[in-house]
Write a protein that binds this ligand. Structure first.
Ligand SMILES: [Zn+2]
Ligand SMILES: [Zn+2]
Length: 398
C-alpha cells in the first residue's frame, strides 16, 4: 500500500486550501480565518464539530461504520502562524505583512482536513475519531488550553497523534522515536538594577554590566556542573541589553533573557531553581537587586511506546518500512503536543518535506525561516498516515 488513492486524487483541492491558508496567516488565538475555513469545509462534507474551544479551536467527530469497540482516536493539527515577514516569493505568499506560516501549520491544518474527508467518505473503522484543530502552538500553549477547557472530558479518546513537516528529511520519509522527541521550553527574563553614573567615576555607581556579564557566564555552568551528564539540557542567553550606546555612561539597569530546553521535568525544575540562586547570589555580591521571571512554556513531547509502534506500522503502509525511522534523534526544538501526551498515549511524528535534488526549493529551508514554504506533496502522505493510524487502531474486522 502507498498513499491512499482517493486522497491523492484530491491533491489540487487541498493544495488550493493550503495556499488560501498560507496567504491569510494569523498568530496565537487570532486564527479566525483558518478556523472559519476549517468550519466551512467540515460543514460542506457534513462532519459535525464543536467550535470556540480555547478561543478559535475546533473539534470535529467522525463515527466509524461500526462503533462497538468503545474506542476513540484523536488526530491533531495546529492552525497558527508566526510574527515573521515572508521572503519566500512563492505565488501564494502571505498577504499580511509581518505574519507568516513559517512552521507549516497551514499544511498541517490542510492535511488533517484531507484525512477528515477520507475518513468521513469511507468510515472504514470501528469506533470514533476526533479531529483537533488547535490554536496557538507557537508560544501560546494552545494544547494546554484545549485540555483545560475540557478537550478530553468532552471528547474522550484512547490515543492522540500529531505530525510535523520536517525540512531536515526528504519527501517520502517518516520518523519518530519512543520517549522524548522534542524538548520542554522555558523562558527567562532577568532585570538587574544597579546605580548609573559617569563612566569616569565608577566608584560612585553600581555597574549592572559587571553583574550581568558575570551572570551570563555563570548560567552556563548550570548545564556543565549541575545537570547530570547523562541528561540533556540547554540554557541559551539570547539577549543582553545594558546602556544607551553612549561610551561615557554607566547604566542603571541590565536586562538578560533567553530560553531553557530539557527533556525531563526534574531537570527543568532544578535548572530554574539554580538559575534563581545564581542570579540572586551574583547580584547580591555586586550590591544590586535582581528579579528573574521564569515562564514555563511547553512540556517535553514524550511519545508512548505503543503510540510509536502504531505510528511506525501505519507509516510503513504509506512509504515502506525502509523509509520509516523509529529511532530518530530527539530535537531540542519545542512543541506543545507534549501536553496531550502527558494525558494520553500516542505519538508525534516527523514527515519529511525536503527536495534534496532541488537546492533552491523553499521546502528545504528550516522551520521559522522567512524563505520557508510547506511542501504540498506531503499532504497526501500525512493524510494517508493519519487515516491508516485510525484504520489500524480501530479495525473493522478483528
Ligand atoms: Zn514552529
Ligand atoms: Zn510547528
Amino acid at each position: 500500500m502507498a498513499v491512499i488513492n482517493s486522497i491523492a486524487d484530491s491533491h489540487e483541492e487541498f493544495a488550493a486550501i493550503r495556499h488560501e491558508l498560507h496567504q491569510n496567516p494569523q498568530t496565537k488565538y487570532e486564527e479566525t480565518y483558518a478556523a472559519d475555513l476549517v468550519k466551512k469545509t467540515l460543514k460542506s462534507w457534513g462532519i459535525p464539530f464543536k467550535d470556540n474551544i480555547a478561543v478559535t479551536g475546533i473539534v470535529a467527530t467522525i463515527e466509524g461504520q461500526k462503533n462497538d469497540s468503545g474506542k476513540a482516536i484523536a488526530l491533531r493539527a495546529d492552525m497558527d502562524a508566526l510574527d515573521i515577514h515572508e521572503k519566500s516569493n512563492v505565488p501564494h505568499s502571505s498577504k499580511i505583512p509581518g505574519k507568516m506560516h513559517a512552521c507549516g501549520h497551514d499544511g498541517h491544518t490542510t492535511t488533517l482536513l484531507a484525512a477528515a474527508k477520507y475518513l468521513k467518505d469511507t468510515r472504514n473503522f470501528n469506533g470514533t475519531v476526533h479531529l483537533i484543530f488547535q490554536p496557538a502552538e507557537e508560544g501560546g500553549r494552545g494544547a494546554d488550553r484545549m485540555i483545560e477547557e475540557g478537550l478530553f472530558k468532552d471528547f474522550p479518546c484512547d490515543a492522540v497523534y500529531g505530525l510535523h513537516n520536517w525540512p531536515d528529511m526528504p519527501v517520502g520519509t517518516i520518523a519518530t522515536r519512543p520517549g522524548p522527541l522534542l524538548a520542554s521550553v522555558g523562558e527567562f527574563d532577568i532585570t538587574i538594577t544597579g546605580k548609573g553614573g559617569h563612566a569616569a567615576m565608577p566608584h560612585l555607581t553600581a555597574d549592572p554590566m559587571i553583574a550581568a556579564t558575570s551572570i551570563v557566564t555563570a548560567l552556563q555552568t548550570i548545564v556543565s556542573r549541575n545537570v547530570n551528564p547523562i541528561d540533556t539540557a540547554v540554557i541559551s542567553v539570547t539577549n543582553l541589553n545594558v546602556g544607551t550606546g553612549a561610551f561615557n555612561i554607566i547604566a542603571d539597569t541590565a536586562h538578560i533573557n533567553g530560553t531553557v530546553r530539557t527533556f525531563d521535568n526534574n531537570v527543568r525544575d532544578m535548572i530554574a531553581r539554580r538559575m534563581e540562586e545564581v542570579v540572586q547570589g551574583i547580584a547580591q555580591a555586586c550590591g544590586m537587586r535582581a528579579e528573574m521571571i521564569y515562564t514555563h512554556d511547553n512540556d517535553a513531547t514524550i511519545n508512548s511506546d505503543d503510540g510509536v509502534a502504531m505510528a511506525a506500522t501505519a507509516a510503513a503502509d504509506i512509504v515502506g518500512s525502509e523509509n520509516v525511522d523509529t529511532d530518530c534523534p530527539p530535537s531540542m526544538g519545542g512543541e506543545d503536543f507534549g501536553a496531550y501526551l502527558k494525558e494520553k498515549s500516542g505519538a508525534f511524528i516527523f514527515v519529511g518535506q525536503a527536495k534534496p535534488n532541488d537546492k533552491n526549493s523553499p521546502h528545504n529551508h528550516g522551520l521559522h525561516s522567512p524563505f520557508y514554504d510547506f511542501n504540498n506533496d506531503i499532504i497526501p502522505i500525512g493524510a494517508s498516515l493519519f487515516a491508516r493510524i485510525v484504520e489500524r487502531s480501530l479495525p473493522l474486522e478483528k
